[in-house]
Ligand binder design. Structure first.
Ligand SMILES: CC(C)(COP(=O)(O)OP(=O)(O)OC[C@H]1O[C@@H](n2cnc3c(N)ncnc32)[C@H](O)[C@@H]1OP(=O)(O)O)[C@@H](O)C(=O)NCCC(=O)NCCSC(=O)C[C@H](O)C(=O)O
Ligand SMILES: [Mg+2]
Length: 284
């Protein structure tokens, strides 16, 4: 059985910052978004494309999944970005402000069989989340909560009430079509307590991981989105108890005063597979 790829921590790195790109080769992140869009100043766009092409060709990113975020295809940089990414040594391309499956078709016409990720960050994107998630080339969705708050004319509050419907909608669409879904960034990168609370909220909702803007955020995100020792222990005991119950002709077991049915065993097996995948990465 192939192990699931973890996406607990997904770090944005501006494509123009070669020092930060180099640092990422040794950071404990599951994935990197090399950015050509909002983190790169207008005058730096062409340089960033060249820097990224060179750095990715140099390699050294190990297990870290390499995603390149391009500018939208309706900007003056988008088409050149997409053509450059099609030739880069990367795993996927990320399109910002996706609002329809047709936009993904237009990208795929340039990037061929490169897997596509979609930034979900506009009201129209939310309304079309289903057709976006259903696209055959789509591998993952990334929440762009900063753009979303801006377009909604909303306020960013700690409970994220303004974007809660959108977060839930994208989790639903992603899970319905079996694609990965990553939560938005936490801007106050020196506030560990606030980050932990937001990671926990995202984890509880079903997100696979969180996008990050600074290396100081990685450990918290890995911890919250990875299975804890208690969850691994419980999963093992649930599987053992369920198998013992089955041997005795029962369809239900009881662990710690709670029933365990086959659906709980599915979850338990997923927890163990995720833990094994993370252990393999740690052993690299
Ligand atoms: C936020 C920052 C501008 C802070 O940078 P800086 O002041 O340089 O931080 P530090 O001095 O604390 O940095 C310490 C070292 O860590 C390296 N570093 C910093 N950030 C990163 C990073 N993201 N990846 C890798 N390495 C990083 C520094 O180079 C220092 O290294 P060294 O000199 O060797 O000690 C900065 O963190 C930053 O630019 N972050 C990324 C911002 C970004 O990408 N923004 C765009 C994505 S967010 C977004 O657009 C979401 C979405 O679209 C939406 O709408 O919500
Ligand atoms: Mg954005």
């Amino acid at each position: 059985m192939s192990l699931p790829r973890p996406f607990r921590s997904v770090l944005y790195i501006p494509g123009s910052k070669d020092r930060a790109i180099n640092k990422a080769r040794s950071l404990p992140v599951d994935a990197i978004i090399f950015d050509l869009e909002d983190a790169v100043a207008i005058d730096e766009k062409a340089n960033a494309r060249e820097t990224l092409t060179r750095e990715l060709a140099e390699g050294g990113f190990g297990h870290r999944y390499r995603i390149v975020r391009i500018n939208s295809l309706d900007t003056i940089w988008g088409k050149s970005d997409a053509e450059a990414v099609a030739k880069m040594d990367c795993d996927a391309v990320l399109l910002p402000k996706v609002e329809s499956a047709a936009q993904l078709d237009a990208l795929a016409a340039i990037t061929g069989d490169l897997r596509i990720w979609a930034m979900m960050e506009t009201p129209m994107g939310m309304l079309n989340a289903r057709e976006i998630a259903e696209h055959p080339m789509l591998e993952g969705m990334v929440m762009g909560t900063n753009d979303l708050v801006k377009d909604l004319g909303a306020r960013a509050t700690p409970d994220r009430v303004a974007v809660m419907a959108s977060l839930g909608l994208c989790v639903l669409a992603a899970k319905a079509y079996g694609v990965t879904v990553i939560d938005g960034v936490y801007n106050a990168f020196k506030d560990e307590e606030g980050l932990r609370a937001e990671c926990t909220q995202g984890r509880d909702m079903g997100f696979d991981g969180k996008t990050l803007i600074h290396p100081a955020q990685i450990d918290t995100s890995n911890e919250v989105f990875g299975p804890s020792e208690e969850e691994v222990d419980l999963a093992r005991r649930q599987i053992a108890a369920f198998e013992a119950a089955q041997r005795e002709g029962q369809g239900v077991a009881v662990v710690d005063g709670r029933i365990v049915e086959n659906l709980h065993v599915d979850t338990a097996r997923r927890v163990l597979a995720q833990a094994e995948a993370i252990n393999q990465i740690a052993a690299e």
